[in-house]
Design a protein around this ligand. Structure first.
Ligand code: FES
Length: 133
């Protein structure tokens, strides 16, 4: 069975292959709803789409083992890569995605097929070099 390691929480859990990351986190007692750099986490944990890939509050970084997950789903592409209208640089992904382009996933849309390491609640870099460039 694949192992999921939650690095921030220092928890590890074995789950059957095909389990989604959100379910694995709930089994391990890990909250994936971190809010906006921690602000609003409680609200997000109550008001979320319950795993339908619609709200975007369950974003996580898969720091190791991305190859052991399913490819980015259409809903993830819509969340992370939807361009904003000009004069904002086009395409500008959602703020949380900046700097995490290769690792960010929605926990509820990520199927686990092998061992992975996950960072919950990755910080949003509001002043990253790409923000106003
Ligand atoms: S729970 Fe809403 S997008 Fe994952």
């Amino acid at each position: 069975m694949p192992t999921v390691k939650f690095t921030k929480e220092k928890k590890e859990i074995e789950v059957p292959a095909g389990t989604d990351l959100r379910t694995a986190a709930m089994k391990a007692g890990v909250c994936v709803y971190d809010g906006f750099n921690g602000v609003g986490a409680k609200l997000n944990s109550l008001l979320n789409c319950r795993g339908w890939g619609l709200c975007g509050t369950c974003r996580v970084n898969v720091t190791q083992g991305m190859e052991n997950t399913n490819p980015l789903t259409l809903r993830e592409k819509m969340k992370f890569k939807t361009p904003l209208p000009t004069p904002v640089p086009d395409p500008l992904p959602c703020l949380a995605y900046i700097g995490n382009e290769d690792t960010m996933r929605l926990a509820c849309m990520t199927r686990i097929e092998g061992d992975v390491e996950v960072e919950t609640g990755p910080p949003i870099d509001l002043f990253g070099e790409n923000f106003f460039s």
